[in-house]
Design a protein around this ligand. Structure first.
Ligand SMILES: Cc1cc2nc3c(=O)[nH]c(=O)nc-3n(C[C@H](O)[C@H](O)[C@H](O)COP(=O)(O)O)c2cc1C
Length: 319
């Protein structure tokens, strides 16, 4: 066990070495990525949001074959197969659930009855408190910088984290804009018990995303992402032709149906899995501008820990 984080509530809750969770990510976090993160001492999560139940079962079995360490499942509650995905995961022995995109109230009953640890993703301290009252074991507070679907609140991680820490007694994981060890140290300094990291793990060798999509992120500059679709379901993505189509449609007041047709069901798959980097939806956080290579997960952990130690030294922590 690492002596960097004594008495850490996140490592204790999940039985892991480092207080780092890999966020569930559509078309990125299959068995290979989740197992690599768990093997490196973090908590890997399979992302159910882009898997039909049969594929999810296959990936859960595969993940169990790749790691003996704990791993969990990210379950976006608006996902049309959410109920089936939950049943499959329970049958396959998953006991750690990170739910998102919806209220955890309905889902938490069956999960708690099955003895699960349940964590919900929120974008405001009010919602964090509701999760605690509903019986969640921890919350992830996800700031405006984060890749993928996001809250409408526009609270940055820097501001949201201390508010959530003040609002609840359960452990808080900060998410959004964390890709380096110094950023990890900053979130712990803000009172978080750990971090959920998405984008950095999406751009690794083990992520199932297409190589062209990973390269597009590596090539991205500091201001190349944008939060779009605030009128419907806000999502942070990389600026490309698809982003232009969406923002033009929004600007001329396109309604829900037209935007839904534009998005279709396949744009994210097309962009991130099939590598159509202009016509597809490329979900990534502001940290895109900080990433300039495609390392392995083990290398990401080495950098996170080295960077964390350097940041602590700079601050004179423990002296
Ligand atoms: C490509 C991509 C796909 C994502 N898909 C999901 C998802 O299916 N479910 C979910 O709860 N969050 C999803 N997220 C959010 C991540 O789990 C995580 O909270 C977020 O990426 C953290 O911010 P960061 O990108 O700055 O690290 C996604 C993020 C990215 C970048």
């Amino acid at each position: 066990m690492s002596d960097r984080w004594p008495d850490n509530r996140v490592t204790a809750l999940f039985g892991i070495e480092h207080p780092v969770v890999q966020g569930g990510m559509i078309y990125q976090s299959g068995a290979k990525l989740a197992a690599a993160v768990s093997n490196a001492g973090g908590l890997g999560l399979l992302g159910a949001g882009s898997m039909r139940p049969d594929l999810l079962r296959e990936q859960l079995v595969k993940c169990r074959g790749l790691t003996h360490k704990p791993f969990g499942l990210n379950l976006p509650l608006f996902f049309k197969h959410a109920r089936e995905a939950m049943e499959v995961a329970l049958e396959e022995g998953v006991r750690i659930f990170f739910t998102s995109a919806g209220s955890p109230k309905k889902a938490i009953g069956p999960l708690k009855e099955a003895g699960c640890t349940v964590v919900h993703v929120v974008a405001s301290p009010v919602l964090a408190k509701k999760c605690e009252d509903a019986g969640c074991d921890a919350v992830v507070c996800e700031g405006f910088e984060a890749g993928g679907h996001n809250g409408r609140e526009e609270l940055t991680t820097m501001v949201l984290t201390p508010q959530c820490v003040a609002a609840v007694d359960i452990p808080v994981l900060a998410a959004g804009g964390i890709a380096t060890g110094a950023q990890l140290a900053a979130t712990l300094a803000l009172g978080a018990d750990g971090a959920q990291i998405g984008s950095r793990f999406a751009i690794t060798a083990e992520s199932s995303g297409h190589e062209r999509w990973k390269q597009a992120v590596v090539d991205a500059g500091p201001a190349d992402t944008q939060l779009v679709l605030k009128s419907q379901q806000p999502v942070r993505l990389l600026k490309n032709d698809f982003r232009d189509q969406v923002t033009n449609a929004e600007a001329r007041g396109a309604g829900r149906e037209e935007l839904a047709a534009l998005l279709g069901t396949g744009r994210a798959r097309r962009g991130m899995l099939e590598g159509d980097v202009e016509g597809g939806e490329l979900e990534i956080g502001q940290v895109a501008g900080l990433m300039d290579d495609v390392p392995t997960v083990a290398e990401v952990f080495t950098r996170l820990l080295t960077g964390y130690d350097e940041a602590c030294r700079r601050l004179g922590a423990g002296e």
